[in-house]
Design a protein around this ligand. Structure first.
Ligand SMILES: [Zn+2]
Length: 449
């Protein structure tokens, strides 16, 4: 099996299926066709549907089995990958799967998500070889995840009844929380992304002319930035924390067994200290509490040297990661209201325009449901160890979307390890993880039947 696994993965990796680059669209189509042909080998019924948003990549829908007495489990993964160039600092060609002596396979997409797609394929293949499938299987594979899943909701909303009843959604798009222990994921944060545009002079000026005689838009913007968050990371927007659920004792138990090294994280990020030296507090801040980040300023001088330009218009970019039960739309409205209030206090003649650039829901799964029970048992049986139950500080808004549209719970099943470098140089996956994932997926399907 190992040889076949590596063969399929190397075919997938050899196709640079970038969703970020419209000129690579044929490659995404090619990878979609390859996945389709492999699923047909499993006697799946496969349908590739056009994306409802113009220019976005198609979505693959497939199903195996239609026994109404069995549950139906839907697999979600994405076939597109992040960009990668050898020059970015890869040791090998990112689009040639390269096995190394360390037990890892290197290449773009090995961890995210081509490895998981391969593991799913072989898990089902093995079940079919044994006889009847314990559950009906459905597949929902997209080609836009690395570009914010463009058109996913619109397209799935149109075609979801292709699947009939869905009982559970397995999301294969995460990694283990550590390198040592498998994990099951039950949460992601939501996001609200906003811009703050401040306009003064109708075009850029020179500080030799306007310095000292006008209120500069950049100065106003920096003032606003300073009012958003304090030095301890507390968001200062009025009402921001109102809907954050209180932390319970039951929840605290979930953090007790997590092995997490603050020093390792610190050195991975490359900072001398984190906002707290308490590992539990850091995990809570990453997963369970909201945060605000300032990302950039559009329109400002950012080149080398000492240019004396005074930008006429600047646009600050700010995002907030959100948690249960914060409503992204409500938070965006609070943000706007607060920035307008603080700008008013500046008593500036400049013009302010606050705009929401996009929101995404958080996801919070139920650890007591049948998926988590089946996943946990399968991991204990194969790896001989209890999985970590993990959340992530990132956002996958399509998970709560799928839960809603299919009226079924979801679970994240990690395949690769935390140090695989999913979006980074020298992305990899351990052969041991791929083989393990095949068994765990297989047994999870059996255990949830
Ligand atoms: Zn991914």
């Amino acid at each position: 099996v190992e040889k076949e696994v590596i063969q399929y993965l190397s075919e997938l990796v050899s196709i640079p299926s970038l969703s970020s680059d419209i000129s690579m669209k044929p490659e995404v189509i090619k990878v979609t066709e390859l996945v389709k042909s492999k699923l047909i080998e499993l006697e799946a019924e496969v349908k590739i549907v056009e994306n409802e948003v113009d220019g976005k990549n198609p979505i693959l829908l497939a199903k195996i089995g239609n026994n109404i007495n069995k549950k139906t489990i839907l697999f979600y993964s994405h076939m597109d990958v992040q960009p990668a160039l050898k020059d970015d600092g890869w040791d090998t060609d990112p689009f040639i799967l390269t096995p190394k002596d360390d037990g890892y396979l290197y290449g773009r997409g090995t961890n995210d998500d081509k490895g998981p797609i391969v593991a799913t394929y072989f898990a089902i293949k093995k079940l079919l070889e044994k006889g009847d499938l314990p559950v009906n299987i459905a597949f929902l594979y997209e080609g836009e995840e690395e570009s914010a899943s463009g058109g996913f909701e619109e397209t799935v909303s149109k075609h979801y009844d292709y699947f009939g009843k869905i009982d559970g959604v397995l999301v294969l798009d995460t990694s283990w929380f550590t390198d040592e222990k498998p994990s099951l994921d039950y949460g992601f944060r939501g996001i609200s992304y906003n811009s703050i545009e401040i306009t003064g002079p109708k075009k850029d000026q020179h500080s030799g002319l306007v310095g000292g005689i006008i209120r500069e838009p950049m100065t106003d913007l920096v003032n606003i930035f300073s009012k958003l968050i304090d030095l301890e990371g507390r968001v200062l927007i009025d009402g921001f924390y109102d809907d954050v659920l209180p932390f319970t004792d039951k929840e605290a138990k979930l953090y007790e067994n997590l092995e997490f090294s603050i020093d390792e994280l610190r050195s991975n990020i490359g900072v001398t200290e984190l906002i707290s030296s308490d590992p539990k507090q850091i995990m809570l801040n990453m997963w369970r509490y909201p945060a605000l980040s300032i990302h950039g300023i559009e329109g400002a001088f950012y080149g080398q040297g000492g240019k004396t330009v005074v930008p006429g218009t600047v646009k600050g970019k700010v995002s907030m990661r959100l948690v249960p039960n914060q409503d992204p739309d409500k938070i965006a409205a609070l943000f706007k209201e607060y920035v307008e209030k603080e700008f008013f206090k500046l008593n500036s003649p400049n013009k302010l325009h606050v705009k929401n650039l996009g929101n995404g829901d958080w996801w919070y799964g139920d650890l007591n449901n049948f998926l988590f029970q089946a996943g946990k048992k399968s991991i204990i049986d194969y790896w001989g160890i209890e999985p970590d139950f993990a959340r992530s500080g990132g956002s996958i808004p399509i998970i709560p979307f799928m839960e809603k549209i299919f009226n079924a719970p979801a679970m994240g099943l990690g395949v690769g390890q935390s140090s695989d470098g999913a979006h980074s140089q020298n992305e990899r996956i351990r052969v041991k993880n791929l083989i393990g994932a095949i068994e765990v997926i297989k047994n999870t399907l059996t255990n949830c039947s």
